[in-house]
Design a protein around this ligand. Structure first.
Ligand code: ACM
Ligand code: ZN
Length: 545
């Protein structure tokens, strides 16, 4: 049966050239997508799998997650090719794309894809793995949009991610982005096989999540009257910025992301970056205020008081509500950029330091150690609910508990130090993976993309054992100067393609020239989806022509 079908297609190809039996032209894509799968084999002279209106996407009956994934694939196929295919549970027969879970695949996010003219079989170790497989199928389709039939090249893919943690941060504190737009961002992450959305929810310039026990956080803290017009400027724009997410809206984001196998990690940044909370509840600060939600950026000196028992209670209460909303194993509590100016002069902070017997030691002031105590107390609340604390690398300035996971942002060395201290570590250095970094945004074209692409998250100075502590990498968008979706996407794209390849693909398979060739199709997908990308990358193709 199989050989007859193949022969029939071969005859079609012979008689009509690129025209299929339906009379429509056929175009074929490539299995060499972004991120590049670990193993790809395309059989050049074999007939492709042509997607027609009679094609079915099939899943195992009773598996809701696979059913949803099958429907996603049908919608992707429609988007790319214009062809409306059916979704069904009958997996037998030809002209089908069959999705199934195969527990014999060793890697929990691993999948195997086999394409021939008669059938496409996608097997994943888990439903999440099948989801990564359908991303590959989507990106392997030519964007024919009804002008021709789309086909997948015959061949095989065997794939799995290099890192289990593939993250992306969006700061909604400096500028607010709507629930609908965050869903679009989540779709962008899904396209790049990213599995963690790090949602930076609180800042000096705005508190964005409803906390029922502390209503003033959003009544007062989610609003600022204006914003500085440029770095170092003395001018303010007079334009208010406000907005927050209700707990129900946050749960909706969690659900939307989970359907795309993305975990939302909430961040409540403490004890620094808390001015919006202090403006809402001045008694939580060392001086008692008055405070105002920040209208300029940078590292501000007013932080949560480290010696006031009310502050610790506040942090614990907030996190209890946060853990009710977010099922994520990781809960991020910041810990970055907390100046100790106020703590040094605060009676309550100094009394707490004496009570705890904290002493300055080489490399760690007694105030640093008060922060470590504070974070440690908060971590207990997180651990009590079976969750894990995540913090920025400044938590290493004290002696964080062995169970803290560190997000290394200040430098490449911070990641090395964290891994050497045996902390699970996520690599996100400001100079490579902050896609909103103004200095890097001055880079254009291939230089801009190459800066991310050529970054290797696992330093070669680490021992084999220390390397195991690097659990992944993350890209970040901080929104001081990102007010709208155009700028957001311009900063994300196309560098998120480079990011996802360092998160997913084994480094020995990486090659910038080859990546740029594959990026052409990814840019076309961005255009199709209406994503704004940094147009200067087009120069790479104009020069190559
Ligand atoms: C940070 O960029 N302050 C984590
Ligand atoms: Zn204090």
């Amino acid at each position: 049966m199989k050989s007859i079908y193949l022969k029939k297609l071969a005859v079609c190809a012979l008689v009509w050239g690129a025209v299929a039996c339906t009379g429509k032209k056929v175009e074929t894509g490539s299995l060499r997508v972004i991120p590049l799968p670990q193993e790809v084999e395309e059989v050049a002279d074999a007939a492709p799998f042509v997607i027609k209106p009679s094609t079915q996407v099939c899943y195992s009956a009773g598996n809701e997650k696979l059913e949803r994934t099958a429907r996603f694939l049908a919608s992707y196929i429609k988007e790319a090719s214009g062809t409306e295919v059916k979704v069904s549970t009958s997996t037998k027969g030809k002209n089908r794309i069959v999705l199934e879970v195969d527990k014999s695949i060793a890697h929990p996010e691993g999948y195997e894809l086999t394409v021939d003219a008669g059938k496409v079989i996608l097997k994943g170790a888990t439903e999440a793995a099948v989801f990564y497989g359908i991303q590959t199928i989507y990106k392997a389709l030519p964007l024919t949009q009804g002008q021709a039939l789309a086909s997948l090249p015959a061949g095989t893919v065997k794939d799995y991610p290099r890192f289990g943690y593939r993250g992306f941060l969006v700061d909604v504190g400096r500028h607010f982005f709507s629930v609908d737009y965050l869903k679009e961002i989540i779709d962008m992450l899904a396209l790049h096989n990213i599995n963690y959305f790090h949602w930076h929810l609180t800042e000096d310039q705005g508190w964005r999540i409803e906390i029922k026990k502390y209503p003033r956080l959003t009544e007062v803290g989610s609003y600022r009257k204006e914003t500085i017009t440029a770095p170092g400027s003395k001018e303010y724009d007079g334009v208010p910025v406000s907005g927050f997410y209700t707990q129900e809206e946050a749960k909706e984001i969690v659900r939307y992301a989970a359907e795309r196998f993305i975990t939302v990690i909430p961040e409540i940044d403490m004890p620094g970056h808390m001015l919006a909370a202090l403006a809402s509840y001045p008694e939580l600060g060392c001086t008692g205020g008055p405070y105002e939600v920040a209208t300029r950026f940078g590292v501000l000196e007013d932080v949560l008081c480290g010696g006031n028992p009310k502050t610790l209670q506040f942090a614990k209460d907030v996190l209890e509500e946060i853990m009710d909303i977010f099922p994520s194993e990781y809960i991020h509590i910041g810990g970055d950029e907390c100046p100790k100016v106020r703590w040094k002069a605060c009676r309550k902070c100094q009394a707490k330091i004496r009570e705890l017997g904290l002493k300055t030691t080489p490399g760690h002031t007694k105030e640093d150690q008060l922060q470590t105590y504070f974070m440690g107390e908060v971590e207990k609340v997180i651990n009590a609910r079976g969750r894990k604390m995540l913090g920025w690398d400044e938590i290493l300035e004290g002696h964080p508990t062995a169970t803290s996971t560190v997000m290394a942002w200040t430098s490449v060395n911070a990641g090395i130090k964290s891994a050497q201290l045996n902390h699970k570590t996520i690599i996100t250095p400001i100079m490579y993976l902050y896609l909103s970094n103004p200095r890097n945004n001055r880079l254009t074209g291939v230089n801009s993309v190459g800066r991310v692409y050529n970054f290797e998250p696992v330093a070669d100075t680490l021992t084999e054992q220390e390397r195991q502590n690097i659990i992944g990498a993350q890209g970040c968008i901080w929104t001081e100067w990102t007010k709208d979706s155009v700028k957001m996407e311009w900063q994300m794209m196309p560098r998120i393609s480079a990011l996802c390849e360092i998160q997913w693909t084994e480094p020995e398979k990486k090659d910038l020239d080859d990546f740029l060739k594959r990026l052409r199709h990814q840019l076309d997908i961005y255009t199709l989806r209406g994503y704004h990308y940094k147009q200067d990358i087009e120069e790479a193709y104009q020069k190559a022509e």
